[in-house]
Design a protein around this ligand. Structure first.
Ligand code: FMN
Length: 502
């Protein structure tokens, strides 16, 4: 009996020491595996989240993968997240990675959502030999000393250095060069990151005149004149308002104003800087038209305006005055921003409830210009949640010459819609000035994604255009699409917004 007990004890001893060894070995493997994951995460450049949050960041991809299964049973469907739903974002992510963007089995898009578009395919789509690859869009042909032409109807909307990080702007600049599209500087002027790529730049003049101001914050005409010799800057956009915060300027807090931001914007380091609600020298339509001419005359570049449309009466006066005093006072383009546009930070009431959505304002502006016979001279650019091919094609049908996207390109940079642009804590290093978070964003890798997104989107808009029977997206018209009305029935755009002539 004793010997049995002893051998049992001996076995237990052996087992426990074996178990101990096994646990120790497992722990060692775990430590090696975690170390390996840690070093591979911080040294890779493809995923900002993994680089910024080594090891733990991997759970995001795991849960994201599991989410596909859970959502089928418990949670929100693909089209229920805001401001951009998962279906919209997934399209951008896949396009940016050059992954197959086809879908299987059938559409998950409900066919009766008011405001959505349906395209009207033609019976005889153009053959490959019949499609038009390049169809230049001209700006400032008659009155600018340096007119500008581009082949791209899809470009990057204004987002300033300060709202976005240096590496993000650098990736946008290099990606824009690669794709042959323009990059709008946003109101923060041209930083060193904007010129990392040799892309076309649109200089945005905001109400604080960053980059073009004197010590009192007024327009410095010599600085504006000096833009003429900068061949990378192709046009100037005078920003009157943006969709996310119409009629609201802003404060750039002193803590954000480091050496580079101060030098770029022409403001003192470490001091708060205020953007007024409007340009101090523009009080009415007459002032606006004179200012447009002044900016074009001094810089030599095509000059346009950006605004979100709210009240519309001014459009008549605007067109009437242009016809009275001459087209040399007219803007070369108008960027119509949507009331639901994005920004780094804005009051909720302005962001949610002020300004017309671009679906409504775009045809309004296009029709007013046509009614007064000046549409041919003024290009119309649309922006506001136009991040998928169908959105862009619909804007072209409604009369836009070009479409700008801001947040679409943020997704291409790796934005995960964590809604923290105003907190300096953006986990992907895009909308933050925190250097340790910026480390996650590799500008070279992300520039490829920026270019892929733009090129794949353009390609799919071409596909829609060809399906509608036209040889180039800029030939799309209202008769090529219908919009679902409040009863869930598609209604002809041509009927909703009959084309006007002077
Ligand atoms: C982070 C961020 C910064 C922005 N900065 C500017 C700016 O400096 N000037 C401007 O006119 N619009 C700015 N916008 C607005 C965009 O240019 C654009 O008009 C708006 O977001 C609608 O386009 P989207 O829906 O493609 O983002 C910004 C938007 C975002 C998201």
């Amino acid at each position: 009996m004793e010997s049995v007990i002893q051998s049992l004890l001996g076995f237990a001893d052996l087992f426990l020491s074996g178990l101990g060894l096994m646990i120790a070995a497992a722990m060692a493997i775990l430590v090696v595996a975690i170390s390996w994951m840690y070093f591979s995460d911080i040294s890779q450049t493809h995923h900002a989240i993994r680089r910024n949050y080594p090891v733990i960041g991997r759970f995001r991809y795991f849960f994201e993968h599991l989410g596909e299964f859970f959502r089928q049973y418990f949670f929100a469907l693909d089209r229920e997240e805001l401001p951009f739903n998962r279906a919209q974002r997934t399209w951008v992510y896949r396009a940016s990675k050059n992954e197959d963007s086809t879908i299987a089995f059938g559409s998950t898009q409900p066919q009766n959502i008011p405001g959505e578009f349906v395209f009207l395919n033609g019976l005889f789509p153009p053959l490959d030999s019949e499609v038009i690859k390049n169809r230049p869009i001209h700006f400032g042909t008659h009155y600018a000393r340096q007119p500008y032409s581009t082949n791209s109807f899809f470009n990057i909307s204004g987002m300033s250095y300060g709202a976005l990080s240096g590496p993000a702007i650098e990736a946008l600049s290099k990606g824009a060069e690669r794709a042959g599209i323009w990059l709008n500087t946003g109101e923060g002027s041209v930083s060193p990151f904007h010129t990392e790529g040799n892309c076309d730049l649109i200089f945005q003049m905001g109400t604080a005149k960053y980059g073009l101001r004197n010590a009192d914050g007024e327009l410095d005409k010599d600085k504006l004149r000096a833009l003429e010799s900068n061949s990378q800057i192709k046009m100037i956009e005078i920003k009157l308002s943006q969709g996310a915060k119409p009629g609201k300027g802003g404060i750039l807090p002193g803590v954000k104003v480091d050496d580079v931001i101060a030098a770029t914007r022409g403001i003192p380091v470490g001091e708060d800087s205020i953007s007024p609600n409007r340009h101090a020298e523009i009080e009415d339509i007459a002032d606006l038209l004179k200012f447009i001419k002044l900016v074009r005359d001094l810089s030599g570049k095509p000059t346009g305006i950006k605004c979100v449309i709210g009240q519309t009466e001014w459009l008549d006066e605007f067109c009437q005055q242009i016809n009275r005093i001459g087209l040399q006072y007219a803007p070369d383009f108008i960027t119509v921003d949507s009331g639901d546009g994005g920004t780094g930070a804005a009051p909720q009431s302005l962001m949610d409830l002020t300004g017309l959505p671009v679906k409504r304002s775009l045809p309004l502006v296009v029709d007013k210009l046509s009614e007064y016979g000046i549409k041919e001279h003024i290009r119309v650019i649309a922006s506001g949640k136009l991040i998928n091919p169908a959105d862009v094609a619909a804007a072209l049908c409604l009369g836009a010459d070009c479409v700008n996207s801001a947040r679409g390109f943020m997704f291409a940079l790796g934005c995960i819609q964590s809604l923290q642009c105003n907190k300096n804590t953006c986990p992907t290093g895009i909308a933050t000035q925190n250097r340790s978070l910026q480390k996650g964003l590799d500008p070279i890798n992300k520039s490829e994604r920026v270019a892929n997104f733009a090129l794949n989107l353009i390609k799919e808009v071409e596909t829609i255009a060809h399906s509608c029977g036209v040889a180039h997206p800029n030939l799309l018209q209202r008769r090529h699409a219908q919009m679902i009305n409040e009863r869930g029935i598609p209604q002809s755009l041509a009927q909703m917004y009959p084309e006007r002539t002077a």
